[in-house]
Design a binder for this molecule. Structure first.
Ligand code: GLN
Length: 506
């Protein structure tokens, strides 16, 4: 019964709770029990809010018993990346500098989840300030990939993805600045969506790179991701970059796609994302996925986006530049820890000691790169050039979307790598996001859907689907159709292959 509840999809759980076949409290308890059993091995959670979750679940059960109308995900448990503020519940952003900080307010995403009756289980582990591709930059220890606990779960939202793959939660929220939803989704065999920039409010999302940061849904199925997307998306006057337009109809698109017909849909294969540095098993999985899209009736063509080759260097100037400015607010006065304030030191000295002790090495590296790139005399050469590349990338997308409906590529060049393999090689770590970064720079929608396991190492591979801004529904339709065909071909959902976690009875 309990295993049954933790393996169900969010859509199934919501239906069973609404029919009163099972209570929201039982569903929450089953997931809390599962977290208790396996999270010692996975470390997906930084904070589990047992009491808050059970109270929220009880409220949903009472509402249903009273005959109230509840939303399509009411009573379903969810895990939140620790970059979103939660009133009264710790928010660390994976950093020592915010240790012990209890936010006095909810992020808009948090508030919308609560209003829709979702049950927040807790906060998930992440690379410090969302800077990283492996969750090894967390100040609270790495998260482990449930497929192989000696490997990384991706990053920066490794905790949100691992929680899904370890059946600790059916849904989670991530944020994607350069790939932090999609890359963890790919390497854990789960679905991760970066909505159109401005599609989901950034209010209460601790800022890393404000022109790129975007929260989005993580789930084990395309429909579940779509249901969650519609709960969190939509205009918010509290975020000046929020788009005041109707939410793309992603749930309807996911349901339409599940019919398995993609005739009339034009799919472009990005030619830049293959060759050196790409694992052959990843490329074979991608080719098989493209063949399946053709079988579903899609028209497939190759599309060249030459500026994508410069996306990575442009991103690693723009993102650190914005971070160096955003992270100035951690000044030992307003939030979190304060070091060396013994009455003898100046405010400046206390700030400097606090930042020295509170920030980890990758965060310091980014602040230094960003400060340098923005400094007078270098601004045009670095930041200015990067912004020009950003425009060229947007133009490549515009040209591509003039002839195709969606673009596809592998989500990541490789499957999950061993913990420790890239920690001393920042460039190797940054390359995990080669394929995901262009969509952030242009602000359009992109997602990763599992495309099976690599024939080399048996680890999950992700198919990336990209769509124009505010056309998020296009990629959901393609992903949902592909998901049905993939499961039919493999004989079972990809996620059902997650091995038993060490020492844990399933
Ligand atoms: N891995 C990328 C980085 O380190 C992307 C991070 C993200 O999307 N938050 O910046």
């Amino acid at each position: 019964m309990t295993a049954d509840l933790t393996r169900a999809t969010a859509a199934e759980l919501a239906a069973r709770i609404a029919n009163r076949e099972v209570s929201a409290v039982e569903v929450a308890q089953a997931h809390l029990d599962r977290i208790g059993e396996v999270d010692g091995a996975v470390n997906a959670f930084l904070h589990v809010d047992t009491e808050g979750a059970l109270n929220a679940a009880r409220k949903v059960d009472e509402d249903i018993a009273a005959g109230a109308h509840v939303g399509p995900l009411a009573g379903v448990p969810i895990a939140l990346k620790d970059v979103l503020t939660t009133e009264g519940v710790p928010t660390t952003v994976g950093s020592k500098i915010l240790e012990g900080w209890i936010p006095p307010y909810d992020a808009t995403v948090t508030r919308r989840l609560k209003e829709a009756g979702l049950v927040i289980l807790g906060k998930t582990n992440m690379d410090e300030f969302a800077m990283g591709s492996s969750t090894e930059n967390s100040a609270y220890g790495p998260t482990r990939n449930p497929w192989d606990t000696d490997r990384i779960p991706g990053g920066s939202g490794g905790g949100s993805a691992a929680a899904l793959a370890a059946f600790e939660a059916p849904l989670s929220i991530g944020t994607d600045t350069g790939g932090s939803i999609r890359q963890p989704g790919a390497v854990t065999g789960t679905v991760g969506v970066k909505p159109t920039y401005g599609g989901v409010s950034r209010y209460g999302l601790v800022a890393f790179s404000s022109s790129l940061d975007q929260a989005g849904p993580c789930a084990r199925t395309v429909l579940d991701a779509a249901l969650l997307h519609e709960v969190i998306a939509g205009y918010d006057p509290m975020d000046s970059t929020s788009i005041d337009a109707p939410v793309p109809p992603v749930v309807a698109a996911a349901r339409e796609g599940a019919n398995g017909d993609l005739s009339g849909v034009r799919v472009g294969v990005v030619t830049q994302f293959s060759g050196e540095g790409y694992q052959p098993g990843v490329l074979r999985s991608f080719e098989a996925a493209v063949a399946q899209l053709k079988q579903l009736g899609a028209e497939v063509v190759e599309v060249s986006c030459p500026s994508f080759d410069y996306a990575l260097p442009a991103y690693y100037l723009i993102a650190p530049s914005e971070a160096s400015s955003n992270l100035a607010r951690f000044d030992a006065m307003r939030y979190g820890i304060r070091v060396g304030d013994d009455g003898t030191r100046s405010a400046e000295e206390v700030m400097s000691l606090t930042r020295e002790a509170g920030f980890g090495p990758e965060v310091k590296r980014r602040i230094m790169i960003g400060t340098y790139a923005l400094s007078s005399g270098y601004y045009d050469a670095y930041y200015g050039s990067a912004q020009k590349v950003r425009t060229l990338i947007s133009r490549d997308f515009d040209a591509a979307f003039a002839t195709v409906d969606v673009l596809v590529s592998p989500t990541t060049p490789t499957t999950a790598f061993p913990i420790g393999e890239r920690t001393n090689d920042p460039m190797a770590m940054y390359k995990a996001d080669l394929c995901t970064i262009p969509a952030n720079l242009a602000g359009n929608a992109a997602m990763s859907v599992p495309s099976g396991l690599s024939d080399e190492d048996g680890l999950p591979v992700g198919l990336q689907i990209m769509a124009p801004a505010l056309q998020d529904h296009r990629m959901y339709r393609v992903a949902a159709a592909y998901e049905v065909a993939r499961d039919a071909a493999l004989g079972a959902p990809v996620i059902s292959g997650v091995p038993q976690l060490a020492g844990v009875a399933r």
